[in-house]
Design a protein around this ligand. Sequence first.
Ligand code: C2E
Ligand code: MG
Ligand code: MG
Ligand code: MG
Length: 288
Amino acid sequence: RAKEKGRNNFQFFTEDMNKLAKETLFLENNLRKAIDNQELALHYQPQVEIVSGQIIGMEALVRWHHPKLGIIPPNKFIPMAEETGLIIPLGKWVIHTACHQNLQWQKAGLSPGKVAVNISPRQFRQSDLVKTVAQALAASGLEAKWLELEITENVLVDDLTPTIAVMEDLNTMGVSLAIDDFGTGYSSLNYLHRFPLSKLKIDQSFVQSIGEPMGKHAIVEAIIALARALDLEVIAEGIENQTHIAFLKRHGCRYGQGFYFSKPLPQKAFEQFLLRAQQPQHTHPENP
Ligand code: C2E
Ligand code: MG
Ligand code: MG
Ligand code: MG
């Protein structure tokens, strides 16, 4: 009976796995082509100095316009791209496109600030990340100070010495580093000061809990204080309303990003956003 039960379990398991494997294989085959077929696009979300409303930069977020399935969000294919290694060519395309776009906007006089690019753990660990970044900067002509890389805490739990070495190479080049989704990973506070970082991004789950009865206000305050103590910049992600803004301002969080300012926008729409921001009559939602 045990054997029978075991076999049933096994069958149940394989059917499930089969479906998942098929879906993954389907997406994987399609993603390979997507890069060549120009089905990928970057959307851009502004990063803002909260008090002044001034745009300090933007985060590049990849979208996949599948000819049949429509827009596929990154959470649906980035993990798969990580597992299969497709993240390497995909990531290269993202870095190149983001650098190129930033320089185009600078040339058009739109003052886009820095562009922040997400780097997944596998990309970071890949031996030639530094070379890839250097090539993207050279090919686009963008100055390194206009590029920021967002890494997650997962990267910080790797071997300290090689991780710091890569970060230092990037810093030497002039590229800055931010920790994305800060507070949700397992990195040790004990080592945080050893990494050559510029910025902590307070995870949106904390920010969005502001104003709620069980809100994680203490965590938000603690991250702001930690950033100040370590002399790092701090930006709150996922700001959606005035309650979030008021709290962040009160606790001295300098920078913000979220739907309150703007959703991530396609290239043309972001251009319009930058143009509007330059007009003297422009009023920030803060001071209507
Ligand atoms: P992330 O880097 O933490 O990006 C922030 C995510 O929060 C984005 O989702 C953004 O659209 C969303 N967001 C921004 N403001 C708000 C807000 O006020 N409210 C809410 N509810 N959401 C907000 P998106 O674009 O779907 O990206 C999801 C994740 O996919 C990113 O999280 C990042 O980890 C990954 N990703 C996106 N583009 C890339 C890429 O080019 N390379 C890599 N490796 N990962 C990427
Ligand atoms: Mg990010
Ligand atoms: Mg994030
Ligand atoms: Mg995230």
